[in-house]
Write a protein that binds this ligand. Structure first.
Ligand SMILES: Cc1cc2nc3c(=O)[nH]c(=O)nc-3n(C[C@H](O)[C@H](O)[C@H](O)COP(=O)(O)OP(=O)(O)OC[C@H]3O[C@@H](n4cnc5c(N)ncnc54)[C@H](O)[C@@H]3O)c2cc1C
Length: 400
């Protein structure tokens, strides 16, 4: 617990899921916190996300587990189907046996509800202040603290800076400066009301249709009153990392040969924004004195493991634990935090690339993919993800 009441706040760049989880973890350790968010308001985009049991352990550690649980939908299974011929590829039950094994459920949730659960926790703390419409652009540090400069040139002084400023992190740019790896994979996302969602796809499952160079995902949200729809494809264009308007015609052109049941999903979105995705090669250092990175700023990943936000929340809890161990030495705490997180998050980034290859397999690779998990028991699936879902607060720190 930080006991020096007059100390400077810890600065957090970014008010996304990672930034809010960090603010909460720091406040729970007794630090004053200032969160800087470039957007005029703290909020999230309209889309769903999957939460592994590891995320619920982390939510609990931040004191918002029940808030998140109350807004989540508990799916019965994860299902993967070949999008050409409806061949069943894999089915992982996420019912009682899964919960027994990992101590928490697998769930899906609206992003705004996950973010909102963290925000409620933060707002209940008197230690956290927000500066919206404030973009951190430059950072200086010395032996006693960190100074950040926003877009108006205004300086903000703090004990340390946590760069939770997402995939295009300014903090990472200044301290690491590595290039992004634009994947050429384009994503369209939509949340659809139940009434507009095809009855024959209203499964209580995280469902994935795997096609050649593309895939489609759907799952229920908000008690089944809404459904999340995501379609992904390998673009024929030279993509630049970012968001722009797209069109239904474009999407249809990539999903030729897909079975009618899966193709219905493409008819659903009403707005056609396209995200051209990127990740970065994992780095072996992201803490620099009193400055560190967290969430997508530290380990941006493609979405195929559905773990980016889960990792950001785990990061925040681990940072809080490192500050418990090195309460009076920020630099040591930030070093322990990075040592505790680098291999695990790099494994997500690299596994996610491999998962994308499996999802998008074509030709003979597709046939191999369709055979890969044939006859595999739930226990064997569970063993394969033990490293991921077995994360706990009391095993999250590297040796220290
Ligand atoms: C299609 C898709 C599906 C996904 N599905 C899942 C899933 O199922 N499960 C899962 O766990 N994860 C999923 N993810 C990943 C997840 O969305 C991210 O990993 C997560 O949102 C990262 O949170 P973050 O807080 O690190 O970054 P962000 O959410 O990007 O937040 C960063 C914040 O910082 C602000 N900001 C940026 N620069 C500055 C600056 N210079 N100064 C001040 N503020 C700044 C931004 O405005 C933003 O609010 C998915 C991602 C995609 C693309």
């Amino acid at each position: 617990m930080n006991t020096q009441a007059n100390e400077l706040p810890v600065l957090v760049a970014g008010g996304g899921i990672g930034g809010l989880a960090t603010a909460l973890a720091l406040a729970r350790r007794g630090f004053a916190v200032k969160v800087f968010e470039q957007a005029p308001q703290i909020g999230e985009i309209g889309a769903g996300m999957q939460l592994g049991p590891n995320a619920f352990w982390a939510f609990d550690a931040l004191g918002v587990g029940e808030a998140a649980r109350s807004r989540a939908v508990y799916i019965d299974e994860m299902v993967m189907t070949d999008a050409i011929d409806e061949h069943p590829i894999g089915r992982v039950p996420t019912g009682e046996a899964f919960r027994q094994r990992f101590g928490n459920p697998y769930a899906v949730i609206h992003r705004a509800d996950a973010h909102g659960s963290l925000l409620e926790g933060v707002q209940a703390s008197e230690r956290v202040g927000f500066h919206t419409a404030t973009r951190i652009e430059r950072i200086e540090q010395d032996a006693n603290g960190v100074t950040t400069f926003d877009q108006h040139g205004q300086a903000h002084r703090g004990l340390a800076l946590i760069g939770a400023d997402g995939v295009k992190s300014v903090v990472r740019q200044q301290f690491v400066g590595d290039p992004a790896r634009v994947t050429g994979h384009v994503v369209y996302r939509a949340v659809v009301d139940k009434a507009d969602f095809p009855e024959d796809l209203r499964w209580n499952a995280a469902s994935l249709w795997a096609g050649p160079n593309c895939h489609l995902v759907h799952y229920p949200l908000r008690g089944g009153e809404q459904y999340n729809v995501v379609v992904t494809f390998h673009s024929r264009e030279a993509e630049e990392w970012g968001v722009r308007d797209g069109s239904k015609d474009e999407v249809l052109s990539y999903f030729q040969g897909i079975c009618p049941k899966a193709r219905q999903l493409i008819e659903l979105p009403k707005s056609w924004k396209r995200w051209a995705t990127a990740d970065r090669d994992p780095v072996d250092r992201w803490s620099f004195g009193r400055v560190t990175l967290l969430g997508d700023a530290a380990h941006p990943t493609t979405q195929y493991m559905a773990q980016g936000a889960c990792m950001a929340i785990e990061d925040a809890v681990t940072l809080g634990e490192a500050l418990r161990v090195h309460a009076n030495d920020i630099e040591k705490a930030l070093d322990l935090y990075q040592r505790s997180r680098i291999a695990r998050t790099a494994r997500i980034v690299l596994s996610s690339r491999e998962m994308g290859r499996i999802y998008h397999a074509k030709g003979v690779e597709r046939l191999v993919r369709n055979d890969l998990w044939r006859g595999r028991s739930p226990e064997r699936f569970y063993d394969a993800v033990e490293w991921l879902y077995g994360w706990r607060v009391d095993n999250c720190l590297a040796p220290h």
